[in-house]
Design a protein around this ligand. Structure first.
Ligand code: ZN
Ligand code: ZN
Length: 132
């Protein structure tokens, strides 16, 4: 340690360079904690909002709207899952896109054809939907 201010700055700089990863990790941890604390506040205010009488109808309306918007998707998925469960449709072991062996999603190109699906891994499936 030194009392020379210039040397002191040099020292701090070297210290920061040497411990860069450590400092970054500490900052990341701090941010994560901060977000976690904020999340509680977010959830709390969300619950408060939901408990208010005047918002009850809005929530109901949203849920109702979701069902209307996703009805075909919901029904198609349900029909497919049922057939897979019964062994009528056999899930392939690998993603039809990249060949990865993992838990596959049945992707519908047309929800009116519930059994006409492409079997994709989660990442290929996500890509498929982002493209659409
Ligand atoms: Zn894939
Ligand atoms: Zn899909």
């Amino acid at each position: 340690m030194t009392n020379d201010p210039i040397k002191r700055i040099e020292y701090d700089k070297r210290y920061n360079e040497k411990h860069r990863e450590e400092i970054k990790a500490r900052r990341r941890l701090y941010m994560r904690e901060w977000r976690k604390n904020n999340l509680d506040k977010i959830i709390a205010s969300d619950i408060k909002w939901r408990q208010k009488k005047e918002n009850k109808n809005t929530i109901k309306e949203c849920q109702h709207q979701w069902k209307i918007n996703n009805k075909e998707k919901y029904i198609a998925q349900k029909k497919l899952t049922n057939r897979v469960y019964l062994g009528i449709i056999i899930k392939p072991p690998t993603c039809e896109h990249c060949g990865k062996v993992t838990l596959l999603h049945g992707h519908h190109n047309d929800y009116n054809k519930p059994f006409d699906v492409v079997w994709l891994c989660p990442s290929c499936h996500g890509q498929m939907h982002r493209r659409a």
